[in-house]
Design a binder for this molecule. Structure first.
Ligand SMILES: [Zn+2]
Length: 350
């Protein structure tokens, strides 16, 4: 079904007015696709002829843009080179690789030694207005090549919902000090978990985070809330609210398995107020993944995990209206569609 034909419906469960965070759970039509646990998605498609991966979670779907200048060749891989997507940037050279440096839009990206290349991960910001990325390759302090990669101006879907604020009697209930402390402590722990490790745990192994595939709310959907209240039988409009979905929601009934998408180290395994039971994994190379609203965590902070390892079970903890997996991806601090990572053919050494 084409995205434009999808109908989105938003359900509500506001719990507080102290901090105005509202979470919508968006449902869309379509059957889930079954996958064996810890599936490498490309293989599942080839062997089982599984159809219906609208977000392109298949490594063979990565596009390649290859450019050469003098001794340096850039191989840029991405699902679609769109804003909100992750990119794999590889450099090959007929000369040495070890002294190559790469800057994208003026910002240095740390290069990791791979098989016959050096590589870095990058992501286009989902709300970027940039039409192209400028890549500068240097050897030592000498510029050796400049490349330009277009940024596809992908439009993300919008879901509009009307909300009568009077339906929510608990909006006037004050939050307890205990809850306020819990939120603050969680905020600090999460912030700490975003400080990325220097190393690289990434291998060519990238695994699907669930054992079935159904997107219940897509990445970066814009949620527009038209708020109103009834005064003497007449609708009175209130200030609207807008939020953007910072991850992708995948179907996952309570107890369903959740898998690490790549090798890494667990930097957070906690029960937080809004996120519920959450695991964050640092994969190195500036890549961090997060798995929210779980019913049970099967790893703890400091654990090394491998791609496809079960890290927990799906649930409805935190601010949600029903069980599902909210997965997010951060690439050098930029939010990107987590499924866009899974198509990248990483040529890691290990
Ligand atoms: Zn979500």
């Amino acid at each position: 079904m084409a995205r434009s034909q999808k109908k989105y419906r938003i359900l509500w469960l506001p719990q507080s007015t102290v901090i105005a965070v509202i979470v919508g759970f968006v449902c869309c039509a379509g059957k889930a696709t079954r996958l064996p646990p810890g599936t490498e998605v490309s293989r599942a498609i080839m062997e089982k002829n599984v159809a219906g991966f609208p977000e392109g979670a298949d490594r063979s779907l990565a596009q390649l843009k290859k450019m050469t200048h003098e001794d340096v060749t850039l191989l840029a891989w991405s699902r679609d080179f769109a804003r909100g997507s992750a990119l794999l940037l590889e450099l090959e050279s007929t000369k040495s690789l070890s002294d190559l440096k790469l800057a994208v839009n003026g910002k240095d990206l740390k290069l990791t030694e791979g098989q016959g290349c050096v590589f870095a991960l990058f992501a286009n910001s989902p709300d970027s207005q940039r039409k192209e990325n400028k890549l500068l390759v240097s050897r030592g302090s000498t510029p050796v090549a400049e490349f330009t990669l277009p940024v596809v101006q992908k439009e993300y879907p919008v879901a509009v919902s009307k909300m009568n604020v009077q339906n929510f009697s608990n909006q006037s209930k004050p939050m307890s000090q205990k809850t306020i402390d819990w939120i603050e402590e969680g905020r600090k722990k999460k912030l700490k978990a975003f400080v990325s490790v220097d190393g690289s745990y990434l291998t060519q192994e990238l695994k699907y985070p669930r054992d079935e595939h159904k997107i219940t709310s897509p990445f970066f959907i814009k949620r527009v809330y038209e708020r109103f209240k009834m005064v003497k039988g007449k609708k009175q409009k209130l200030k609207g609210r807008t939020s953007y979905h910072g991850g992708t929601d995948l179907k996952g009934l309570t107890g369903a398995p959740i898998f690490a998408v790549a090798n890494g180290v667990v930097t957070l395994a906690e029960h937080l107020y809004y996120d519920g039971k959450i695991v964050m994994i640092d994969h190195g190379n500036g890549i961090i993944s997060g798995y929210l609203h779980q019913s049970e965590l099967l790893v703890k902070e400091g654990d090394r995990v491998v791609a496809g390892q079960q890290i927990g079970r799906s649930g409805n903890t935190g601010m949600v209206t029903g069980p599902h997996l909210h997965i997010f991806l951060s690439v050098h601090g930029v939010k990107a569609d987590p499924l866009s990572l899974l198509v990248l053919p990483i040529r890691a050494r290990n």
